[in-house]
Ligand binder design. Structure first.
Ligand SMILES: C[S@@+](CC[C@H](N)C(=O)[O-])C[C@H]1O[C@@H](n2cnc3c(N)ncnc32)[C@H](O)[C@@H]1O
Length: 298
């Protein structure tokens, strides 16, 4: 039974990082006239009402997108992302937060194709409603990974896959590298972007280690580490609370030279957050595996 709902976390610092990177990757794809496809294997509901009781319950957007929104007229590596957020809002107040599906749709051309997968029945219904009448958009209530493996390589031969699971089930950390590898083997030229939470249990480290041991070579990572817990002033219900100390994004087959832009973006977000945080971008294959511990060297 799926219980995770992204509305409780919409617009948090991890969303800012994930969605700002998504904007940059899609902008690069849209530079060429040839069409491309974008698949969101765990799409969520599309639009998030920040005034809703669920979003207000923890209020994570207050320490995520909001401080950036307030300064959106200033030049910054988040300018394009914030313009897209603004296009879903009227006036100065930030009321609606667009999820990955809506952000991607905003950047795609009529010839491009959007594939959205969401297994939660309620989220799926909301997602469908938010795309009523939209062209070149397919929405499926399936398992994201199974669907991904069945659909790659894309007919367009160009495109991006966002893998953004809720990690509700702890086995997802071990399953992800296996399933991703199946998709990668079918489409070694494909671009994939994977989000992961950084938790004290360290399951994400195991996941990165498994990926580091695969044949996938070009994996660029963005990580934001919080040095203190973000105090929202409100308590998260236990099952909704990630207790995250950081957020990471893996990009497989990033555009040539993307590392510099990714580093700048990641550090900008980290240094502007309301709590002390650090940001870095690095290649996973440059990380050594310690012979003593078998773990990735920090
Ligand atoms: C982190 S949220 C997605 C957020 C969205 N990608 C965004 O950035 O706006 C993860 C979503 O995955 C959905 N989900 C969970 N298990 C799934 C599965 N096996 N296949 C597809 N979707 C799933 C959840 O219902 C939830 O809506």
């Amino acid at each position: 039974m799926l219980s995770y709902q992204h509305i409780y976390h919409a617009g948090n610092f991890a969303d800012v990082q994930k969605h700002a990177i998504l904007v940059k990757l899609l902008q690069v794809l849209a530079l060429k006239p040839q069409k491309f496809a974008f698949m969101d294997t765990h799409a969520g509901r599309g639009l998030y009402d920040l005034g809703s009781a669920e979003a207000q319950k923890i209020g994570e957007f207050n320490s995520g997108v909001l401080p950036f929104w307030v300064k959106r007229s200033e030049p910054s590596p988040l300018a394009d992302y914030l313009k897209i957020v603004a296009s879903f809002n009227e006036g100065d107040e930030l009321k609606i937060y667009p999820g990955s599906a809506k952000i991607a749709h905003h950047l795609m051309r009529n010839t491009d194709r959007l594939l959205l997968i969401e297994r939660h029945p309620g989220e799926y219904a909301e997602l469908q409603a938010s795309f009523t009448g939209a062209k070149n958009v397919k929405i499926e209530k399936e398992d994201g990974f199974q669907y991904l493996i069945s659909q790659v390589p894309f007919a367009e031969r160009r495109g991006l896959v966002l893998v953004d699971p809720s990690y509700e089930i702890k086995s997802e950390y071990a399953e992800l590298p296996k399933q991703l590898l199946q998709a990668f083997k079918k489409w070694p030229q494909g671009q994939f972007m994977i989000w992961y939470p950084m938790l004290s249990a360290g399951l994400h480290e195991q996941m990165l280690l498994s990926l580091r041991k695969t044949d996938i070579k070009d994996m660029l990572i963005s990580e934001i580490r919080l040095e203190a817990k973000i105090n929202t002033g409100r308590e998260a219900p236990a099952q909704e609370s990630f207790g995250m100390y950081g957020s990471g994004i893996i990009i497989i087959n990033p555009p040539f030279g993307f590392e510099t832009a990714l580093n700048e973006l990641t550090q900008f977000i980290a240094t502007q957050l309301p709590v002390k945080a650090t940001g870095s971008a690095f290649w996973l294959n440059n990380q050594q595996i310690s012979p003593e511990t078998g773990r990735l060297a920090p």
